[in-house]
Design a protein around this ligand. Structure first.
Ligand code: SF4
Ligand code: SF4
Length: 355
């Protein structure tokens, strides 16, 4: 592991140089909010942005992704044959991704990269991407990453972690990919490991001390699944939900999708689109039967999946990195931290809904 000092005067020139080898992506302000976008020539990522409104999951897993195309024209020799659409898997680098969003890809990978099934689109794009993270020195009051298996200086899923030290950036090169990016940018001023590690440790402690929101998860794995499923609090939890799906669309760890064939005239495409467990159509069967036909079923599914089924299936924590987006953006203020407490406390004598 190497530590490199990047003078701020060399930041723009370094990115310009790196752009010869990587497509650069970073947080950019659009009207009132920041989102991740491909950077135009000489455009810089806005590293003052604490967190983007939408998570960067669409960089690896687009909201709509065409997978195959076909012709319905029977005069064509290859009619009704699915043909894979060519895609661009050129190297890309995401500059200024926050530790929670990078860790989220590790969680999501469990769905797209299994011993039985490997999603070629997700994996090829992920492998082609280098993640240049930025430590969070001023976390939001809705962030609860330190109790969600992450943290403001967490480096899992990152290739480089940058710390902003006012006059320069200190870069920790975590992987070979990360070193490759720093080399491509021409940043090579190595800093002694002891000195740099101390700076990281001090920054980490200061940043972690600023986190004021937490979620307890210690009992989730032990609680009986059926009993938790039948807990009386779900009705109250679901009451105000309007099933808008915002929480799932902004979440970096939600991965559900639907696949549809879209025809136009005699041609068509097979497209994968994000879907949401909060939508009634998500589970509607062709027969007309819907196993999750009420709001309670759908709301319970979202929280049981994130905080119980995932915990039981993978034994590696919750399916949440504590980014706080769903807390900030739910129009009716449903707060996963509160639901987490209800679930974690269930059966421990503290399982009422009194807020
Ligand atoms: S954002 Fe809030 S209201 Fe919308 S589906 Fe999610 S929990 Fe329900
Ligand atoms: S569930 Fe909410 S807090 Fe957790 S990762 Fe998703 S959007 Fe962030």
């Amino acid at each position: 592991m190497k530590f490199i000092k990047i003078e701020k005067e060399s930041w723009a020139a370094g990115l310009e140089k790196a752009s010869q080898s990587f497509r650069l992506i970073g947080p950019v302000k659009e009207e009132d909010f920041h989102n991740f976008k491909q950077l135009e020539k000489s455009e810089l990522p806005d590293l003052k942005c604490l967190n983007t409104r939408l998570s960067p999951k669409s960089l690896i897993y687009p909201q709509s992704e065409a997978m195959f195309e076909y012709s319905l024209d029977e005069s064509q020799e290859d009619h009704h044959i699915m043909k894979e659409i060519e895609k661009d898997y050129a190297p890309q680098a995401v500059i200024g991704i926050r530790p929670c969003d990078a860790k989220a890809f590790i969680l999501v990978r469990k769905n797209f990269d299994t011993p039985d099934y490997k999603d070629p689109y997700w994996l090829r794009t992920y492998e082609a991407t280098t993640f240049i993270g930025l430590a969070c020195d001023s976390p939001c009051n809705s962030c609860f990453c330190t109790t969600a298996g992450c943290g403001p200086y967490h480096d899992e899923g990152l290739d480089v972690l940058l710390v902003d030290s006012e006059e320069h950036y200190l870069a920790k090169a975590i992987t070979e990919k990360g070193e490759g990016f720093l080399n491509a940018a021409g940043w090579d001023a190595e800093v002694k490991k002891d000195k740099a590690s101390n700076q990281f440790e001090t920054g980490k402690k200061t940043a972690e001390d600023k986190i004021t929101a937490f979620v307890n998860t210690d009992r989730l794995g032990k609680i009986n699944t059926i009993e938790l499923y039948n807990a009386p609090f779900w009705e109250e939890v679901a009451f105000s939900c309007i099933n808008c799906g915002t929480c799932t669309y902004v979440c970096p760890t939600c991965w559900c999708f639907d696949i549809q064939d879209e025809n136009r005239g005699s041609t068509g495409m097979r497209i994968r689109n994000w879907d949401s467990c909060m939508f009634p159509l998500f589970t509607l069967h062709g027969s007309g039967h819907n196993p999750r036909d009420t709001k309670i079923h759908r709301v319970r599914q979202r929280f049981m999946h994130k905080l119980k089924y995932y915990v039981d299936k993978y034994d590696s924590g919750i399916q949440c990195v504590g980014c706080g987006r769903c807390v900030r953006l739910c129009p009716v203020n449903i707060d996963i931290r509160r639901i987490g407490e209800l679930m974690n406390n269930y059966g421990a004598g503290k399982d009422t809904c009194a807020a």
